[in-house]
Design a protein around this ligand. Structure first.
Ligand code: ADP
Ligand code: MG
Length: 695
């Protein structure tokens, strides 16, 4: 068994010369342990390998020279009241002037005299006719021989407040000398050599003490990549171990030939797409199999995820169990409830609905549930409450699961014993992030839209073309279609924006005379929301003026145009979701992004991408590039982005490789080794993040 060197976990203050001030400085950069210090890497390198004759050094370039002091003294002009200082130095080939606009190095002034030999490095510039180096690094030398020692590639570390560059370098050197030999990779040796990875020690040595400057491009930088693999590996190993754990218990094997399921499948009003069929087979395999299903269904907006969730529910309920279907908003939960209710009307299967604020109705529902053995329960977070008991829970469905925490998924799951779990998301997550967030789930992808769907034409319209937007909306209404008009709701100015939507609703009546206008926003009572939503769905409202409450899940196929006001204020994924409210039928649809004059460059970039593509995965990739992983998932505070070296935006491939390696390692590890990995992971990620609690 691998024996980890515990000294690596010792605090940096163990190193000689590290007092409270330096400890504090290092802590500011999350450097607490010796290991943290060793993984604090230079970001740039300066090549000081070649000493050049003065005659050959070029303006604008860094130079390393060995030369003797010819003259020195105060600079003839004053700057900020203080005298500058200068020295003219020479080698056999020429002279150059060194300048300091504040204090020169003390020994230069105090102990250097004419003829003192110096090693000088800095960037060459020109002042009038003269070449000069301003604020050079200088070091006195005993003799020319000595200069050899200082020829090197100099690592430049990110600045740390309260810790001087030289001190940091010395500490890293000391840490490496004392503990470098015991640096051992978490990746088993066999796997390391099979994949021809340099050792951890070699990699760190190459980065901290390079003999040649590392390549500028990160891709060619094997050693850096090696270190990223190391940290991603730990992460993936922990995720896979967690997944193993979940698979230790047998699941509930269900009969996929039960009448309810077969009947519902036979009565569908449309043909499933090839992608839907494929995913359905995967679901059947899971639910009839030995292990509990733990599946993420990912599919772009409008790809038809709901029907698969309903069919999975049929497998569970038709075999005498209960299915719980949770959605993040009341309108979406209500929509699912109505859909399922309608579908099951003739089957006699009870369908229940729970949301917050139901008053007496809630108790009534719970009581009715108690008298039923098997049923479908649909609702919001309200399903999570303690008094909702689901003793025969066979399936948990979580729609738009990125809106929930995994702990919520877990709470629901734990109302039963090892139920099957299906989580769905329309927010396509780039593969890198998916490996991070959903590493414990099997993934099914719906990469096909139902037949006859059209690309949604997207127009970015500045305020000056507003009337054009209204004209396009009116044209759709004229054809008997419906429209959404969306207003942003920014927290800080919620009231103002609310006014916007409300004011806009009455304005819409003058814009579209004779049309039926509805208003929907989050501050309305659930009942009111339900009423307006079902009126819209039934085609009794032509234009729905609303806030982003309609962002996810809402399905009104007859709506073919969506106008988004202040589109520059929305994020990329959010706009894509909003756009997904249309294009849900065979009618061609339009998305109108109205913008105000003032928009940032980033906003313009977002809008351009949207106008260019309908592909949710491409959009997610772009979103990740623009916003970064943390912000994209609202995780800025969570520490997910807290990989020390790896960057989820850049190192997707490496994450995939790390996962492969982790899967290999899992096969090799004994139980205590696996436990050790879990412990190391827990410690490393202790501040801030519980990976299994953020998806
Ligand atoms: P999402 O994946 O965004 O949740 P939905 O499940 O809401 O999408 O489906 C979008 C619309 O497409 C719904 O009106 C649904 O009834 C319809 N739909 C789903 N599958 C098909 C299909 N195979 N053929 C035609 N329409 C379908
Ligand atoms: Mg949906």
């Amino acid at each position: 068994m691998r024996k980890r060197n515990e000294n690596l976990d010792r605090p940096v203050s163990d190193l000689k010369g590290v007092g409270p001030a330096i400890t504090r400085g290092l802590a500011g950069r999350a450097i607490h342990t010796i290991e943290d210090l060793l993984f604090f890497l230079p970001t740039r390198y300066e090549d000081r390998r070649e000493i050049r004759p003065i005659s050959e050094i070029e303006e604008g370039e860094p130079a390393l020279i060995v030369a003797r002091v010819l003259t020195q003294g105060s600079l003839s002009f004053r700057r900020g009241g203080k005298a500058g200082y200068q020295a003219v130095v020479t080698d056999d080939t020429g002279t150059i002037c060194l300048k300091w606009f504040h204090h020169p190095p003390r020994y230069l002034k105090e102990s250097a005299s004419k003829g003192t030999l110096l090693l000088i490095s800095g960037k060459v510039t020109r002042f009038g006719a003269q070449r000069q180096i301003v604020h050079p690094d200088v070091m006195p030398l005993e003799n020319e021989e000595e200069s050899r020692e200082y020829k090197a590639v100099i690592p430049l570390y990110p600045e740390i407040e309260g810790v001087k560059r030289g001190i940091l370098k010395r500490l890293v050197k000391k840490a490496f000398e004392d503990h470098g030999a015991s640096l051992e990779s978490l990746i088993p040796v066999g796997i390391e050599s099979r994949h021809r990875l340099p050792s951890l020690r070699e990699a760190l040595e190459a980065l901290h003490f390079p003999h040649v400057p590392p390549p500028l491009s990160d891709e060619d930088f094997v050693e850096r990549k090696r270190l990223i693999i190391e940290e991603f590996f730990l992460f993936q190993a922990a995720v896979l171990l967690e997944r193993e754990e979940g698979r230790r218990f047998p699941g509930i094997r269900l009969d996929i030939n039960n009448d309810l399921y077969r009947g519902t499948l036979g009565n569908l009003t449309f043909d499933l797409t090839t992608a839907q069929q494929r995913v359905l087979e995967e679901i059947e395999g899971d639910m009839a199999g030995l292990r509990p299903m733990n599946r993420l269904l990912q599919g772009d907006v409008g790809s038809g995820k709901t029907i698969l969730a309903i069919l999975a529910s049929c497998i569970a309920v038709g075999d005498g169990l209960q299915a719980a279907f949770m959605a993040p908003t009341e309108i979406l939960a209500e929509q699912h409830y109505l859909t399922v209710h309608r579908m099951f009307e003739e089957t006699g299967v009870p369908v229940f609905y729970l949301r917050g604020d139901m008053g007496k109705e809630r108790e009534e529902t719970l009581r009715r549930m108690e008298s039923e053995k098997s049923f479908i329960l649909i609702g919001t977070h309200a399903l999570l409450q303690k008094d909702v008991t689901l003793t025969r829970l066979g399936l948990v469905v979580v729609d738009e699961q990125h809106r929930f925490g995994v702990s919520q998924r877990r709470t629901l799951k734990q109302k039963g014993f090892m139920p099957h779990v299906l989580v769905m998301s329309a927010t396509p997550i780039p593969r890198t992030l998916s490996l991070v967030l959903h590493g414990d789930l099997d993934v099914s992808i719906l990469d096909e839209l139902p037949r006859g769907r059209h690309r949604i034409a997207t127009h970015v319209l500045p305020d000056s073309l507003r009337s054009e937007a209204y004209r396009m909306i009116e044209a759709e209404l004229e054809k008997g279609r419906q429209a959404y008009m969306v207003y942003p709701l920014v927290e800080q100015s919620e009231k103002v924006d609310l006014l916007d939507a409300t004011a806009m609703a009455s304005h819409a009546e003058t814009l579209f005379p004779g049309r039926r206008i509805g208003l929907l926003h989050g501050k309305m009572k659930p009942r009111e929301k339900e009423q307006i939503m079902s009126a819209f769905k039934a085609g009794e409202v032509d234009v729905l003026v609303c806030t982003t409450v309609v962002e996810v899940g809402i399905d009104v196929p007859n709506a073919t145009v969506i106008a988004v006001e202040h589109a520059e204020r929305f994020g990329l994924s959010q706009l894509h979701q909003l756009r997904g409210r249309v294009g849900r039928s065979t009618f061609p649809s339009k998305c109108l992004l109205l913008t105000q004059a003032k928009r940032t460059e980033q906003a313009s970039r977002r809008l351009k991408i949207l106008a260019k593509t309908n592909d949710g995965f491409l959009i997610a990739e772009e979103d990740l590039k623009i916003r970064g992983a943390g912000e994209m998932l609202g995780l800025r505070q969570s520490g997910l982005t807290g990989f020390r070296i790896g960057d989820l935006r850049r190192d997707g491939e490496t994450m995939a490789l790390a996962r492969e390696l982790a899967a290999e390692a899992l096969k090799e590890w004994s139980h205590p080794e696996a436990e050790e990995i879990k412990a190391i992971f827990a410690k490393r990620w202790s501040h801030g993040l519980n990976v299994f609690d953020i998806a």
